[in-house]
Design a binder for this molecule. Structure first.
Ligand code: FAD
Ligand code: SF4
Length: 457
């Protein structure tokens, strides 16, 4: 077969009004049939495309042999969070892009198979598995319980370290919990995968903001021998246009946190409110913009617009997310740039926009958007959600001696080791790269864990 076994999904009309997962997952038969498409290539190009080197053909072979738990153990050698990665990794630009099958037809559905195996394990493996750990008593602190911090902590605890994660929020998971919505990544699964790391003995200190409650320098005085910073990129960017302070304007970060973490969709049973009105504009074209738009629809908005200044080809979101958003009825206003948010009595009433065309490629390699003359128009909306990127919070740099950052806020590290400009302090994930991906954050956490082990032993 030249194409992947299709993924069962909730019908678009139905799912656009509920928060249940959009994709339903492969059946055992689907998974075995898809596994048979793998050619078990000797050179394993797919593995080169995976930032954490999952032994892809090996786990797929196990699926073909109906050994689903065996497949799970193969993946777990390199990836602590297969249920999450199987759902949100951009496989189309990583392992699946390198798959030999993709030369003529569609790649093997590596992500769907990974998800199937992880879900099968969760449903069928009832007894906790024990891991033999030789403790060395050396204390290491991890800042942030997102994918970077969790994967670093998971590797260090297995190496025998006494690991404590300090997390600013009252829940673990970082963007996996407060950013990516339930309909793409069910929170019960995130909790279960995190639980498997905590069971290994990682200590957790919630509601501790490093840089406010305690500083990194104080952690060293407290006996910690090394620190990993995985504090992410949680500071939202704004356009800097008139009207951004009106009621009804949210950063995507705030909007999604209200909905995912504070369960604002269940107001007043939960105390945090959220207001969408009937018409919502989301500014931006990445995964965050798609998530915000699709959440607004599920919260009851009648019309939701994605307003993006470049064209369809330049949309940075995953193709699958764009496809799902369109199916659900999100309206794409491409080549459109907001100029001003117009208010009435302090609330958003409309967004003034101009039409754009595309010129020569700019530094990013994408064609530069240019304003069309006399093309101003008003888009009537009651809510505007700004999803044009996030940068790392400067708090840790400001309160730690010797940490240097780029001008845009990313922590400077040596790429091979993830060591910062301060000895015994390492960093990785979005705090270093700016907003990127779950798997890159996990890969950075693993690299840092290996470097910390090397330095401390
Ligand atoms: P985070 O996940 O941001 O975790 C950082 C943690 O550190 C947080 O829990 C935070 O509370 C904590 N923290 C921050 N400061 C402090 C402090 N001073 N003290 C203590 N704790 C602190 N990636 C994909 O691969 N696929 C997707 O489909 C995808 N969709 C996304 C959708 C949205 C809405 C968003 C926002 C991002 C998405 N991403 C996606 C990106 C991905 O989630 C991030 O790249 C990834 O979570 C980064 O991991 P991290 O561990 O570096 O940071
Ligand atoms: Fe299988 Fe594709 Fe990897 Fe080859 S490249 S081993 S076909 S998944």
């Amino acid at each position: 077969m030249l194409t992947k076994i299709p993924m069962p999904e909730q019908p678009a009309k139905e799912r656009a009004r509920n928060f249940k997962e959009v994709t339903l997952g492969y059946t055992e038969q689907n998974a075995v049939d898809e596994a048979k498409r793998c050619l078990n290539c000797k050179t394993k190009p797919c593995v080169n495309g995976c930032p954490v080197n999952v032994p892809i053909p090996e786990f797929i072979q196990k699926i073909e042999q109906h050994d689903f738990l065996g497949a799970y153990h193969v993946i777990k050698q390199e990836n602590s969070f297969p249920a999450m990665c199987g759902r949100v990794c951009p496989q189309e630009t990583q392992c699946e892009q390198k798959c030999v099958r993709a030369i003529k037809g569609e790649s093997v559905a590596i992500g769907r198979l990974e998800r199937f195996v992880a879900d099968f394990y969760m449903e069928n493996q009832k007894e906790a598995e024990s891991v033999d750990i030789q403790k060395n008593g050396v204390k290491v602190a991890v800042i942030g319980a997102g994918p970077a911090g969790l994967s670093c902590a998971g590797d260090l605890i297995k190496l025998g370290y006494d690991v404590t994660i300090f997390e600013a929020l009252h829940v673990l998971g970082g963007v996996l919990m407060y950013g990516i919505p339930e309909f793409r990544l069910p929170k019960g699964l995130v909790e279960k995968e995190i639980e498997s790391i905590i069971k290994l003995g990682v200590k957790i200190e919630k509601n501790v903001i490093i840089g406010r409650s305690v500083t990194i320098d104080e952690l060293f005085s407290d006996g910690y021998k090394a620190v990993f910073i995985g504090s992410g990129a949680g500071l939202p960017n704004f356009m800097g246009i008139e009207g951004e302070n009106l009621n009804g304007v949210y950063s995507a970060n705030e909007f999604l946190t209200r909905s995912n973490l504070m369960k604002a969709y269940d107001f007043p049973n939960n105390v945090t409110p959220i207001r969408t009105g009937n018409k919502v504009a989301v500014i931006g074209g990445g995964n965050v913009a798609m998530d915000a738009a699709r959440t607004a629809l599920r919260l009851g908005a009648e019309e939701v617009f994605i307003v993006y200044r470049r064209g369809e080809e330049e949309l940075p979101a995953r193709l699958e997310e764009i496809h799902h958003a369109k199916e659900e009825g999100i309206i794409f206003k491409l080549l459109t740039n907001p100029k001003k948010i117009v208010g009435e009595n302090g609330w958003v009433k409309a967004m003034e926009c101009v039409e754009m065309t595309l010129g020569e490629p700019d530094k990013s390699g994408r064609r530069r958007p240019i304003e069309k003359e006399n093309s101003t128009f008003a888009l009537e909306v009651e809510t505007v959600i700004v999803a044009i990127g996030q940068t790392p919070n400067p708090l840790i740099k400001k309160t730690t001696s010797g940490i240097e950052t780029h001008t845009w806020g990313g922590i400077i590290v040596e790429e091979e080791t993830m060591q910062t400009t301060q000895d015994y302090v390492y960093a990785g994930g979005d705090a270093v790269t700016g907003a990127a991906t779950v798997i890159l954050a996990m890969g950075a956490g693993k690299t840092a864990a290996a470097s910390i082990h090397k330095q401390l032993s």
